[in-house]
Write a protein that binds this ligand. Structure first.
Ligand code: ADP
Ligand code: MG
Length: 393
């Protein structure tokens, strides 16, 4: 299936005000942008609009404020964006309102303004029709390039899109093309490496990949929820109690006919800390007083070999507590295997992306998705409301 939504490339934008929903939800530290990956990912659409003489009105959420919160102002994001674009970015004092309208109507062709954090407006997450109307009043055209927020039906992603001619941005389109290719016509074998914390976040994608994929390799804290379902002792490891029946059901569904692999060995610690007592375990039983914080070397080797042999690899979720150096080896081994893999490689999830960046391997995967929840929902086969509402091609 090719992408069936109207592209910003085909929109009439010269001299027109274009409201662009971006995902500029970046980590801040002491008033500065700590990681500008998402800002960089938004540049191609903004640059296209500027080249074509559009008047770009950018909007994003940042964090999860409930109402106005100066610590989550878009200002530092706007400053970084201005540096990257090499042009001025007008910073609006609010999301909507008279002052914002005045700045928007003063924009010249090719100029850029950035609205305040959309979640400063209580109507954003509830998709309030009044907020959507006020956003629509600012512009003549709407573009959604916020793939990471496309699974949420909010005023800036769905409400306003229904009120204006609505187009897909370049990043949103590229994300959907790369991710749907995995599900629709992957080079075989298709292997999924799944880690991270919670089974319940990822059960939908596990279910779908039991149908679609040739292999699922499980690591991260998630494996302990599976071990609990198998009645293997997990010691003090992180187990998601609510996820145990889901894990049991997935094991049941996979049965003998599907290759669902759990780790064969582990790295144990006596607590969650950099300087914890550390030991490698032969098997996967975790004694009381210990917790599993990484997959062991034999598992890392087996998973790396599966990645090397795959035609297509999708990786989501670290194999261990990679933020702690003594427990990063399993995640590093998988990351290196993905970087070196001859097949098509796609990685999703904020922490998986952070791990790749930490190891200096981010440039070596075929597609590094900017989405977390949106990436998983798309791969589950769900319709994303922020995409659905866009004009058809
Ligand atoms: P992603 O953002 O890539 O989807 P998740 O958010 O699901 O990944 O999970 C990442 C988190 O899981 C990391 O903070 C990591 O420390 C944690 N984690 C992974 N393995 C373990 C483990 N064995 N015990 C505790 N935490 C773990
Ligand atoms: Mg995460």
């Amino acid at each position: 299936m090719s992408f069936r939504k109207a592209s910003v490339r085909d929109a009439e934008v010269a001299g027109r005000r274009v409201l662009v929903r971006l995902d500029l939800n970046v980590p801040l530290s002491e008033g500065h942008v700590e990681d500008d990956t998402r800002i960089r990912a938004a540049l191609p659409t903004i640059e296209l609009l500027r080249e074509r003489g559009a008047r770009a009105i950018l909007v994003s959420h940042l964090g999860r404020p409930e109402g106005f919160d100066p610590a989550l102002s878009m200002r530092p994001v706007g400053e970084r964006l201005a540096e990257l674009l090499g042009t001025e970015v007008e910073q609006a004092p609010a999301v909507v309102g008279e002052e914002v309208e005045a700045v928007a109507s003063g924009l010249g062709d090719g100029e850029v303004m950035l609205l305040e954090n959309s979640r400063f407006e209580p109507g954003e997450t509830g998709n309030d029709p009044e907020l959507a109307r006020r956003l629509a009043d600012l512009a003549e055209v709407y573009v959604n390039d916020a793939f990471g927020a496309a699974h949420r039906a909010h005023a800036t992603t769905v409400g306003v899109a229904a009120l204006l001619p609505a187009y897909a941005g370049l990043l949103l389109q590229a994300e959907i093309e790369h991710l749907t290719a995995i599900a629709e016509d992957p080079a075989r074998p298709l292997a999924m490496i799944l880690g991270g914390a919670k089974v319940s976040d990822k059960i939908g994608v596990i279910d779908r990949f039991i149908e679609l994929a040739d292999q699922i390799l499980v690591g991260g804290a998630m494996c302990f929820t599976f071990f609990r379902a198998l009645e293997i002792p997990t010691g003090d490891s992180l187990v998601e109690e609510d996820g145990v029946p889901l894990a049991a059901a997935a094991l049941e569904r996979a049965q003998a006919s599907f290759d669902l692999q759990l780790p064969q060995d582990l790295v144990l610690a006596d607590r969650f800390a950099e300087d914890a007592e550390r030991r490698e375990s032969e098997g996967v039983e975790v004694p009381d007083g210990w917790m599993g914080l990484d997959i062991g070397p034999r598992s890392a080797e087996a998973y790396s070999q599966a990645v090397a042999a795959a035609g297509t690899v999708f990786w989501n979720g670290p194999m261990g507590a990679f933020e702690l150096e003594p427990f990063a080896a399993g995640t590093r081994a998988v990351a290196e295997a993905v970087a070196d893999a001859p097949g098509t490689t796609v990685v999703g999830g904020g922490d998986s992306a952070a791990a790749l960046q930490q190891f200096g391997l981010a440039e070596r995967v075929d597609w590094l998705s900017t989405g977390g929840g949106a990436t998983l929902e798309l791969l589950e086969g769900k319709v994303l409301p922020g995409v659905e509402v866009l004009n058809d091609a």
